[in-house]
Design a protein around this ligand. Structure first.
Ligand SMILES: [Zn+2]
Length: 159
């Protein structure tokens, strides 16, 4: 972070940064609302794996599904990767580092029996919610099978 302060950034880069640095971005909130309205319950901003400092945006604990909402700029979305021209090396390295970290996070989750789902900031929240819901439902069925009982309790009190 300290290195950022000495950088000259354009107005566009600055606004991209401030927009995407925080949690609870528009798409994340819309996604959560959509899932909640469909009856899904989840936790937000949790580390799915103990001892691993990676936080998922939406977590379905019992079925081990972790959802990450990735900002198009920071995570190098293939559709909207607008690499800043100023300090391009710095930004490219930063974004590549984020992407490598994302891939590593997904791999670690997979190894621990989780499914990592990534939603781009530019995606339609309802479509993304349907995609997440489909995976959660599938995992519930698998879990129910495995536990050989009809009912799996994944309901939590509303936030
Ligand atoms: Zn994008």
């Amino acid at each position: 972070m300290a290195g950022m302060r000495v950088l000259e950034t354009t107005e566009a880069t600055r606004s991209r940064m401030s927009r995407q640095r925080s949690h609870d971005t528009g798409v994340e909130m819309a996604l959560r609302r959509s899932l909640h309205a469909a009856g899904f319950r989840y936790r937000v901003h949790r580390r799915p794996l103990k001892g691993v400092r990676r936080e998922a945006d939406i977590v379905f604990g019992p079925v081990k599904v972790a959802v990450f909402v990735d900002g198009c700029f920071w995570h190098g979305c293939p559709e909207h990767a607008t690499w800043p021209k100023r300090n391009s090396g710095f930004w490219r390295e930063k974004i590549e580092k984020n992407r490598a970290r994302d891939a590593n996070t997904d791999a670690r989750l997979r190894e621990a029996g989780w499914v990592a789902l990534r939603v781009w900031e530019h995606e339609d929240a309802h479509e993304a919610a349907a995609r997440v819901a489909a995976v959660v439902i599938e995992r519930r069925a698998l879990l129910a099978d495995r536990m050989n009982r009809a009912r799996v309790n994944v309901v939590e009190p509303p936030a």
